[in-house]
Write a protein that binds this ligand. Structure first.
Ligand SMILES: Nc1nc2c(c(=O)[nH]1)N[C@H]1C(S)=C(S)[C@@H](COP(=O)(O)OP(=O)(O)OC[C@H]3O[C@@H](n4cnc5c(=O)[nH]c(N)nc54)[C@H](O)[C@@H]3O)O[C@H]1N2
Ligand SMILES: Nc1nc2c(c(=O)[nH]1)N[C@H]1C(S)=C(S)[C@@H](COP(=O)(O)OP(=O)(O)OC[C@H]3O[C@@H](n4cnc5c(=O)[nH]c(N)nc54)[C@H](O)[C@@H]3O)O[C@H]1N2
Ligand code: SF4
Ligand SMILES: [Mo]
Length: 692
């Protein structure tokens, strides 16, 4: 008999970092409609298109439905269906065989952009197995901002868009498309409606830039120079918060001395931004009290990321915007289990010394292995051999800089297991592929561990296909096969209960509440100081010598030198219709954006004889790809912005779905890295184009 329609409250996930409260209409185990929940803390009813059509992910005919074992060569697309027991046993045997021969650290545990609680269970699996090597895209995402924040002011300073602010300074951030880390575009728009001013720093004239009072169209890759110019103006014109600087900062005199050289005139030469515009923007930012600096991911995409993030935290600090409502806050967690406890960090006391990254001198508090160092270890056996990989929620062949290097590394591994919802270019190279249950099909907790002081209930609304398991269940069962069972549960959902235990709530009680938020606490430094070695905001790093870091933020050089043979500069921005490499196979999304588009200025397009819709070959020193021209003046004539994350699910499975043809990371290199986080230049690359 057919069920009645019911509406279920949950939160959106796995289409970006997630966060919107949703109302989901369900009938007969099928999702009929998705709309925004007006009570959603982060979104207040707002949703985006891809969130509203996100149930389409679940019903695609080619979705993975059974565990698969590789039959042919890696990447040949020949598979055999096997049972869950066979798949788990085979994986466990291989991981244990590698552990016995080379040690536990010879297995890398791979995660992508954090999508849900499974991210932390994967870290637990690595710790319990005995490997310090969790391989993640943190070299280019989140960690640079978070870890630099911790070294500079003792916490990750998050733009507070939930209390009234006078000004949003959106720096390399595009929340109207990306809603990064749950900074939902609708919330930013509401602040503007309430009268907040807006300054946008972005090489592209984004939708947000159109709404801005000031738009600073900087030369890509010069964010830290521009920030140093802001600091110069704020200090030289004596606009900074004197009381805060005097009481709560360390190294102000040195910073003031150091930034003297970065006058707007000097900085303008580097950044292309007019000196007067730099002055005007810096003054406007200081005068607004409070002002929220919404810093985006694009500053984490080149080797100068440490200087860029350091200078921006210094800006927040000396203007008195740290830890004030509507400024940049320390978001306190609700009473829930801490990360260390959930991942069993106690089992790996030597992790910081033993992880692959440590041998390359990555910055303390960076707890994952940069993909470049992982691949070096696989291919060169340095600092020690790495022969196995278990990956989940990630697609390294497309997501990591230098896709050819990823291909070589994955080709050479002894064993690979991957958990996926759909066959991808990387999963094609695995020995075992586990089919996963997905958003709406499992109980999950969102936003845990990303530093925004909130967790969100994502209860299940429909049953998954019979043989699709939640990632946590897969790891729970694999864990029991490769490590003592005491670290695992009879029922994998008990991990959700573990997380909530300190709150006194069960998972179902948490679901009824919808979310848990930590307390709002502002200016706690007045009582306790800052959690840094000096107890102050370290404009100059007191630990610089000890950790071999630059004491003061600096601009030394462009990420890559200008090159006459490659006269244009290549950048990218995330698409509003896809999550990096994911979901090209979802019809309702693909129809919105069928092709990878490269944005080219009309003058530039004309000079190369390129028209809108033409195929364009994009070439850097490292490789070439083909995309489709979108002629638009939102980019500077010397800059092109290409699409990210492309592969073609409709392409030949025996050739890994045309993973090279339009994939941005065929154009990037892992040869030159920022030392602190192992960050490659994902953009800001000299390039040239021709009609394809
Ligand atoms: N050139 C360039 N490269 C970049 C970036 C850039 O801007 N430029 N951005 C970087 C950034 S910020 C990031 S975070 C990384 C992201 O890199 P990744 O996280 O590796 O990429 P995604 O496409 O988000 O996710 C990869 C896979 O996860 C699968 N997936 C989705 N949900 C689930 C699930 O519930 N379980 C499992 N097991 N799998 C699931 C999807 O099908 C997809 O194939 O890429 C980085 N790479
Ligand atoms: N729709 C959608 N949402 C997403 C994602 C997605 O793939 N699609 N990915 C998720 C992930 S993993 C992340 S990390 C976040 C990222 O979220 P954001 O930080 O908002 O995203 P990006 O698109 O990487 O970059 C933001 C802006 O930086 C600009 N930019 C490019 N180069 C430069 C530069 O050199 N300097 C400056 N100042 N700006 C530059 C771009 O034009 C773009 O407008 O979004 C998350 N949300
Ligand atoms: S903005 Fe993000 S969280 Fe909100 S509906 Fe869209 S994809 Fe989902
Ligand atoms: Mo990211």
């Amino acid at each position: 008999m057919s069920e009645e329609t019911k509406w279920v409250k949950t939160h959106c996930a796995r289409m970006d970092h997630g966060g919107c409260g949703l109302l989901v209409e369900v009938k007969d185990n099928e999702i009929i409609k998705i709309k925004g929940n007006p009570e959603g803390y982060l979104n207040r009813g707002y949703t985006c298109y891809k969130g509203r059509v996100s149930a389409e992910r679940l019903s695609h005919p080619d979705r993975l439905q059974y565990p698969l074992k590789r039959m042919g060569e890696r990447g040949e697309g020949k598979w055999q269906r096997i049972s869950w027991d066979e798949a788990l046993d085979y994986t466990a045997n291989n991981l244990l065989r590698i552990k016995e021969k080379y040690g536990a650290r010879a297995v890398g545990f791979g995660v992508g952009m954090p999508k849900g609680l499974e991210h932390f269970i994967m870290i637990r699996l690595a710790n319990v197995f005995g490997s310090p090597n969790v391989v993640a895209s943190q070299d280019v995402c989140h960690a640079p901002r978070e870890v630099t924040g911790m070294h500079t002011c003792g916490f990750y300073p998050v733009a507070d868009l939930h209390n009234p602010t006078q000004l949003i300074l959106s720096w390399a951030s595009n929340v109207l498309s990306t809603n990064e880390e749950g900074q939902i575009g609708g919330t930013a728009l509401q602040q503007l409606k309430n009268g907040a001013k807006l300054i946008v720093v972005d090489p592209r004239r984004t939708e947000l830039a159109e709404k801005a009072l000031l738009w600073l169209q900087l030369k890509p890759g010069t964010a830290q120079a521009l920030a140093l110019g802001f600091l110069h103006v704020i200090i030289e014109e004596s606009l900074y918060d004197k009381e805060f600087v005097e009481k709560y900062t360390f190294g102000f005199e040195e910073l003031a001395q150091h930034t003297k050289q970065y006058s707007p005139e000097v900085v303008s030469e580097i950044t292309w931004v007019e000196p007067d515009l730099i002055r005007k923007a810096a003054r406007m930012y200081v005068e607004a009290k409070p002002a929220a600096l919404q810093w985006g991911n694009a500053i984490e995409h080149d080797i100068n990321v440490f200087d860029a993030t350091r200078s921006l935290v210094c800006m927040m600090a000396i203007t008195g915007n740290l830890e004030v409502p509507g400024g940049n806050i320390n978001a306190y967690e609700p009473k829930i289990a801490g990360l260390g406890e959930m991942v069993r960090a106690d089992l790996m006391p030597n992790k910081v010394k033993e992880m692959i990254g440590a041998y390359h001198g990555t910055i303390p508090k960076m707890m994952t292995v940069p993909p470049t160092y992982f691949r070096k270890a696989v291919l060169e056996g340095k600092p020690y051999p790495v022969r196995g990989y278990y990956g989940m929620c990630t697609n390294p062949l497309v997501a990591w800089a230098d896709s050819k290097l990823s291909y070589e590394a994955f080709k050479s591994l002894d064993f690979i297991a991957m958990a996926e919802i759909f066959m991808t270019p990387t999963a094609s190279m695995a020995d075992i592929v586990f089919p996963v249950a997905h958003q709406f099909e499992m109980n999950d907790i969102g936003h845990y561990g990303i530093g925004h002081g909130i967790i969100l209930a994502r209860p299940k609304v429909v049953d998954p296909p019979e043989e699709c398991w939640p990632d946590i269940k897969i790891m729970n069962e694999l864990g029991k096969r490769v490590s003592p069972s005491e670290y695992w549960h009879d029922n994998f959902e008990d991990f959700l209960e573990d997380l909530l235990k300190p709150s006194g709530l069960s998972y179902s009680e948490f679901v009824a509440k919808g979310y848990l938020k930590g307390p709002d606490r502002f200016k706690l430094y007045q009582e306790k100081g800052f959690k840094t070695p000096t107890g102050k905001v370290e404009l100059k790093l007191s630990t610089a010598e000890k950790f071999k870091l630059k004491p003061l933020p600096d601009f030394t050089a462009l990420p890559e030198e200008d090159d006459a043979a490659y006269p244009l500069i290549l950048i990218s921005a995330k698409s509003r219709y896809y999550l990096l490499s994911s979901y090209r196979w979802v019809d309702k999304l693909r129809r919105k954006r069928p092709d990878p588009l490269v944005e080219i200025h009309p003058e530039t397009a004309a000079s190369y004889g390129i028209n809108d819709g033409d195929k364009v070959v994009i070439e850097t020193k490292y490789g070439e790809i083909v995309q489709v021209a979108k002629v638009t003046d939102i980019v500077h004539p010397r800059v092109i912005s290409a699409a990210l994350g492309w592969w073609f699910p409709e392409g030949d499975a025996a050739k890994q779905f045309e993973w090279q043809k339009s994939n941005f990371n065929m154009l990037t290199s892992a040869g030159k890295l920022g030392k602190e986080f192992g960050t490659p230049n994902l953009k800001n690359l000299p390039c040239r184009i021709r009609k394809g």
